[in-house]
Design a protein around this ligand. Sequence first.
Ligand SMILES: Nc1ncnc2c1ncn2[C@@H]1O[C@H](COP(=O)(O)OP(=O)(O)OP(=O)(O)O)[C@@H](O)[C@H]1O
Ligand SMILES: [Mg+2]
Length: 455
Amino acid sequence: MSARILIVDDERDLLMAFSRLLAGESYDVETATSAEQALELLDRVSFDLVLTDLSMPQMDGLDMLTRMRQRGDATPTLVISGNGTVEHAVRAVKLGALDFLEKPIHRERLILTVQNALRYAQLQEVHGRLQADVDHDKTLVGHGAAMQKLRALIGRVAPSDGRVLIMGENGTGKELVAAAIHAGSAGSTGHCVKLNCGAVPRDLVESELFGHEKGAFTGAVAARKGRFEVADGGTLMLDEIGDMPMPMQVKLLRVLQEGQFERVGGARTLKVDVRVIAATNRDLGAMVDDGSFREDLYYRLNVVTLHVPPLRARKEDIPLLIGHFTSPGHKGFGLRLTAEAVEALKAYDFPGNVRELENLTERMAILFPGEAVSAGLIQEVLASSGISHQKPSRGTLYESGRSLRDLLHDIERQIMVEAIAANGNSKGAAALALGTERSHFYKKCRQYGIRGADN
Ligand SMILES: Nc1ncnc2c1ncn2[C@@H]1O[C@H](COP(=O)(O)OP(=O)(O)OP(=O)(O)O)[C@@H](O)[C@H]1O
Ligand SMILES: [Mg+2]
């Protein structure tokens, strides 16, 4: 998709000349003859770059830049300085302008500066994303036969750029698999963008996917890019695809078929090149049968299916996973388990899969720092684990000998974990569903060490 540039200059001749020159380089160009007009446009439409003259009759370029930054608009901006305004240009750079160009401007210089600015802005964005990923280790750990098979499949599928449907229970590592496919995509220049279809309110899914223009609906105070636009040149992971509302399934089908769409409230048709990876813990085939998922969409998404096995089907990976979660990069650093303790873990079925093992490892590192954890301790921790769906084998809850407070905490924790899982891993949605104050719910999550998405 070509970059969108806004040129601002009160001198119409110059404006036209720059505009023609950049349009000739295949940029998507819009113009404004005053700072006021530019601000109004910026409010409605998002641009990749602004190129503005500094001296203009009413509001000048410097004031415009100040206004933009004040209202949180970080669109990369280049300023053009004429005679005697170089000082202003320097101030503009201090205000966050990327660079300045001095008049008279040569065509090659302009084109090169615009190219560099766009490239720089793109790198900055990628850098931001990488930074966010740093504390999220994406290594897919496991050496058993099932994981080796999965890794081989990923290796084969990734470079093809074909669509992939990832199926697997909660917490099996579907997101890691998607990240691994993206990382192995041939010629992918963009980033891996994610949308959890189950965590977004139904009426906002469309604008999350396709973006919206200003005023498209109540609350759309500024124009915004959707996930498809942000993922251009890269991968879009549609998580919990089984939760995609029916009306949106039709719209999604169109993008998959034609690669184009419109923002909500927008007239312009946008074209993107995005690899779509969908994931679900539901049986999409059965959903097609009962009419809750479109068959045509199912086949479009499902060029290749990858099944991520549950942890209970690859228990041989448990020691390696524990090693991974207790490595210095993880919070469980410092945990020591006896050989019997590892065996006790292997005897457990992990209904919450790898996520449950990860949480458990962290919890034990907090409870027993530096101690060699015995099989007995593991059993105790597992018995009090809220995620465990195993019923106490004998005796009543009262006979467990634990305090009322502890027992109630366990039950509360279990309900919270179930609510988060049932609400697409969203803590906010779970709080809403349980009719409890969001901040209170978040606090409890921290207290119980419950994970989930902070939305
Ligand atoms: N093979 C693995 N190696 C290392 N870490 C893993 C592996 N599988 C899962 N994890 C970790 O377990 C947690 C859950 O993984 P992930 O979010 O990818 O699961 P999921 O299948 O998307 O679950 P859900 O369906 O609940 O969204 C993450 O913290 C992830 O890093
Ligand atoms: Mg997931």
